[in-house]
Design a protein around this ligand. Structure first.
Ligand code: PFF
Length: 450
């Protein structure tokens, strides 16, 4: 990624697609999707999530990217400048501030969970889980979460490697690595899904994930699905806006966005099919919460031939996917400090990294020492950072980007940046960002809150 927004840019359309896919594909697809689906009864969640991706996520992703492309700055200044240009109130800049808060909170817990992956990578690579029973593996996970020091080490390490890359400016290394590692992640996930379907209860898993049962739809399920669509597509926080700001002028947006969303959803489905056949085979509960992946997959690796090799690959690639996403979470914040506080990239990265690291400590303590501290008796710090941020802050940010792009941005600029081939495609996009996405988000949030 370039180190400076307005003048530098991605080297090609392909590198933009790779970087944006890197931002989108991450823990959200592999770790969060299966447990959200599990907690929300499976298929009903999956269908609503897909609807949110297609009718709300896709058009808003296009909106966010073209805002960046037209504004060419950090999210706050982009929104302010575009608002002034459109003779609207500069208060639109607060959209950028809301996004920055989301990024910081997400980055803080993201690093904690990615830290778990580093630890599980090391354990799997030395064959630690070989010959362990499912019960022992589940127990091991619970014990692991009880050790704040252990969690702190891995959280710190992950935050360090993220901020190291962001501080350096990541254009060459990351673009090249993504070229190889993203397809490799796909291959390993396909292998795992095939193995898990062949040896586990694939019928029950397919039923669980895809046979639609509208009785299970509740307001809280819809808000979870909406939030997850935003989280997994990296929307509503200004990340895609910044990636759009790095787009060369001649590259248009619409086609790329569809590929990014498609790849993103495929990774989530593959992860679901890697996990659920085994959940049912071993009579584990799908409602495993955040630990689901860390309990189920080591069980698989313990049983399958060459399990520790495949497991090592899996956690390595998961870590890579998490790394590219966490970089995308940090980059807009670092850019913001560079442009606003006029400080160097290195110092900005240190400030962002340390702040997110400290907040992350609150998240990791919610699994042990602070597990009883709950806001309104309900929400631990981890929960506030994961679910409340994802379900409310991201959709609100997305709503504002959508309204601005639909109602305020010059339509000549929007049309040019999007680059649709056909007029009806542009008209459909405009209709979705002007009416459907904002109304749907407002209704969903209102229903969840009231
Ligand atoms: N999309 C990432 C994932 O699914 O893991 C998480 C994420 C990245 C969310 C960037 C928001 C963001 F701005």
């Amino acid at each position: 990624m370039p180190s400076k927004s307005p003048k530098e840019s991605w080297s090609s359309k392909k590198s933009f697609i790779l970087a944006a896919t890197g931002a989108a594909v991450g823990l959200g697809n592999i770790w969060k999707f299966p447990y959200m689906a599990g907690d929300n009864g499976g298929s009903a969640f999956v269908i609503i999530y897909l609807i949110c991706v297609v009718f709300i996520g896709l058009p808003i992703m296009m909106a966010e990217i073209i805002l960046g492309k037209c504004g060419c700055k950090n999210p706050i200044d982009t929104m302010k400048n575009l608002a002034i240009e459109a003779k609207a109130t500069p208060m639109w800049r607060y959209t950028g501030w809301i996004g920055s808060l989301s990024l910081l909170l997400i980055l803080s817990f993201y690093s904690v969970v990615s830290g778990w992956s580093i630890f599980y990578l090391l354990k799997t690579s030395v064959g630690f889980f070989n010959n362990k029973t499912p019960y022992e593996i589940t127990e091991y996970w619970n014990t692991f979460l009880q050790s704040p020091l252990n969690l702190l080490i891995w959280h710190s390490l992950f935050m360090f490697i993220t901020m190291y890359v962001v501080a350096k400016g990541v254009k060459n290394g990351l673009e090249k690595a993504s070229n190889i590692l993203m397809p490799a992640l796909f291959v390993v996930l396909i292998l795992l899904a095939i193995y898990s379907s062949a040896t586990g209860d694939s019928k029950k898993a397919l039923n669980f994930l895809f046979s639609f049962d509208y009785h299970k739809i509740t307001p809280s399920l819809i808000i979870d699905a909406l939030g997850h669509a935003f989280f997994t597509l990296a929307l509503g926080a200004g990340c895609m806006l910044v990636y759009g700001a790095y787009l060369p002028k001649k590259v248009t947006v619409s086609g790329s966005v569809v590929s990014i969303a498609f790849l993103d959803v495929m990774v989530a489905f593959l992860s679901g099919m890697a996990i659920f056949p085994l959940v049912f085979k071993y009579n584990l509960t799908p409602q495993g919460g955040p630990g689901l992946m860390f309990e189920v997959l080591p069980i698989t690796f313990a049983q399958m031939p060459f399990g520790s090799i495949i497991g090592t690959f899996f956690f390595l690639l998961l870590l890579f996917a998490a790394w590219t996403s966490s970089i995308s979470l940090a980059e807009p914040l670092v850019l913001l400090l560079i442009e606003k506080a006029k400080i160097s990239r290195k110092i900005s990265a240190i400030i962002v990294g340390c702040t997110a690291w400290v907040i992350g400590i609150g998240s990791l303590l919610s699994f042990n020492l602070w597990s009883d501290y709950k806001l309104f008796g309900k929400w631990t710090i981890f929960y506030i950072n994961t679910d409340l941020t994802t379900n409310f802050l991201l959709p609100i940010g997305g709503l504002l980007f959508s309204v601005f792009a639909g109602w305020k941005l010059s339509q000549i600029k929007a049309r040019e940046a999007l680059g649709f081939q056909k007029e009806w495609q542009y008209k459909s996009w405009l209709f979705l960002v002007k009416y459907i996405a904002p109304i749907a988000i407002i209704l969903i949030i209102a229903k969840a809150v009231i």
